[in-house]
Write a protein that binds this ligand. Structure first.
Ligand code: HEM
Length: 500
């Protein structure tokens, strides 16, 4: 005789299952993109996300190659995921309906603890340049290129120069940690003209960011150390703001603060926004610089090819050597290709947009108000139909080939290292100059090899925070910097800079 408890439990499961199916299909419009991953309605996508982690969207792209776009239903949200390359520009053109600012407002609230008043200002007008968010990008954009960028770059190269001068004798460091320190220092010195944050506070906060952004668990209870790190940073920036030091900061910081003041952002929130820009500035630059240095030095072929190119960027005069940044950016195809391949291979940006009103995408797919649209860089970057059968290998010359061969010419939309459309990263010129400068200075002046007991084995990235656009290594690599005899005895001058 069957156990009545088992029968009741099975009956309960069956009724719940039927109820979830009915709920899913009654609330799904036939014109919406097809629902997938619904074997257990509302739950299967979550199980898939847990199982596949950052490979979830590439996995789904493989399973549903025939679908240009599909719907995932999870509790409380419908996610419209873009599979097809052709739909990406269509989504990007609808930036007034498929909005990015709500995501930025969410980040300001969950990650930076912005006040209700500040959030109301951020959310007031999310469409035009009169609103805070779009206005901020417009106001600060000119400070991220041309002469302002040159000033940022000059300060950055001074920080790197000072750091590398410490390696007069062979020195062992943890590579990711060391690069992190230099980028945090260079980003703050070049923007704020001051060392404002102990890198320890940033590294305490950063690993928790992804969970903090989900905004499900109380921050103080579950992420105490991280929140403490953030508060320390905010204090230090509050002093910088209150004593008027920012008036001597970079054009970028002055414009940003002027914009906050114009929009009447409360004084207590401005330091939070400043800390937010530090995270924005360093979060992806650090892993990108790490992977570039890693891929260059862990492969003798890449290293020698890049070194040969960047050696030609050096101008020697009276014992002084100067690196021409413009040369790096225009005449070092292997270095630039390696840099781009780092983004393709390690990039994992998830561009999320909020559907602000019911919308027929491409006149074909109904996107319902309140839904989220997702473009996964990883899904595009790992697609063999775009990149070829060697898509899963790091090919440092991939982009040199793309440039030179007509038939293989790459659709630029497929490369999402810095996003695309109206939200294409405005900091990309600065990040690029900073990362290439650091890699070049190291290439020219040092041998970098694994320290005793270490190796160039590629670190896993499974624990990467998916709030970021780049994979982060799970473990660090201990390396030794050994000065090259060819470069010793020279005085290295500030880089010769030019507008990008
Ligand atoms: C290697 C380093 C960097 C990477 C990989 C990166 C990546 C990205 C990506 C993928 C987006 C698009 C997000 C989306 O559409 O959902 C973006 C936007 C943005 N990035 Fe970066 N970024 C980097 C460095 C920087 C730096 C140094 C700054 C500092 C100025 C910066 C500021 C921004 C801002 C303000 C936006 C939003 C633009 C808007 O709202 O229109 N990024 N970045």
């Amino acid at each position: 005789m069957p156990n009545p408890l088992v029968v009741t439990a099975l009956g309960g499961i069956a009724v719940t299952y039927v109820f979830l199916w009915a709920l899913l299909y009654l609330t799904q419009d036939g014109k919406e993109p097809p629902v997938v991953s619904s074997s257990i309605p509302f739950i299967s996508p979550i199980l898939g996300m847990v199982r596949w982690s950052m490979d979830f969207y590439p996995h789904m792209r493989e399973r549903h190659r025939d679908l240009p776009i599909y719907t995932l239903r999870i509790p409380g949200a419908r996610l419209y995921v873009i599979n097809s390359l052709d739909l990406i520009p269509v989504v990007q053109r609808q930036w007034r309906t498929l909005l990015f600012p709500p995501i930025q407002a969410k980040a300001a609230q969950a990650a930076m603890g912005a006040s209700k008043e500040a959030l109301a200002i951020l959310k007031h007008d999310m469409i035009t340049e009169h609103g805070f968010v779009h206005g901020m990008v417009k106001t600060t954009l000119p400070t991220m290129s041309g002469p302002s960028l040159n000033v940022l770059n000059a300060k950055t190269s001074e920080v790197f120069e000072e750091a590398l001068r410490q390696f007069a004798a062979p020195t062992t460091v943890n590579l990711f940690e060391w690069i992190g320190k230099q980028i945090i220092e260079s980003s703050t010195i070049s923007r704020f003209y001051k060392t404002l944050c102990a890198d320890i506070s940033v590294s305490k906060y950063h690993p928790a960011l992804m969970f903090i952004m989900l905004d499900i668990l109380p921050q103080n209870i579950f992420f105490g150390a991280a929140v403490q790190g953030r508060e320390q940073l905010i204090k230090s920036f509050a002093k910088y703001y209150a004593d008027g030091s920012y008036k001597q900061g970079s054009a970028y910081i002055q414009q940003l603060i002027a914009h906050c003041i114009d929009h009447k952002i409360p004084g207590d929130d401005i330091p939070k926004f400043l800390v937010g820009t530090v995270f924005n500035n360093v979060a992806n630059t650090v892993p990108t610089a790490f992977w570039l240095v890693y891929h260059i030095f862990s492969d003798a072929v890449v290293r020698e090819e890049c070194r040969k190119e960047v050696s030609q960027a050096v101008q020697n005069q009276d014992g002084t050597s100067t690196i021409d940044l413009n040369f790096l950016l225009t005449s070092c195809p292997t270095l630039l290709s390696t840099y781009q391949e780092v983004f393709r291979y390690h990039g994992m940006a998830n561009s999320v947009r909020v559907v602000s009103e019911n919308h027929m995408l491409d006149n074909r797919y109904l996107l319902k108000k309140g839904g989220l649209v997702m473009i996964s860089a990883r899904a595009q970057h790992s697609n063999p139909a775009i990149w070829g059968e060697d898509v899963h290998q790091f090919q440092h010359k991939r982009f040199v080939k793309q440039e030179s061969s007509e038939e293989q010419r790459l659709n630029p939309v497929a490369f999402r290292g810095f996003g695309g459309g109206t939200t294409l990263c405005p900091g990309r010129h600065f990040a690029t100059a900073e990362i290439l400068m650091l890699a070049t200075m190291i290439l020219l002046r040092f041998h970098v090899r694994p320290a005793k007991d270490a190796s160039w084995a590629r670190p896993s990235t499974a624990k990467s925070s998916q709030a970021e656009a780049m994979e982060q290594p799970d473990v660090d690599i201990e390396v030794e910097f050994v000065p090259r005899s060819e470069a010793s005895g020279k005085t290295w001058q500030k880089q010769k800079l030019g507008s990008i």
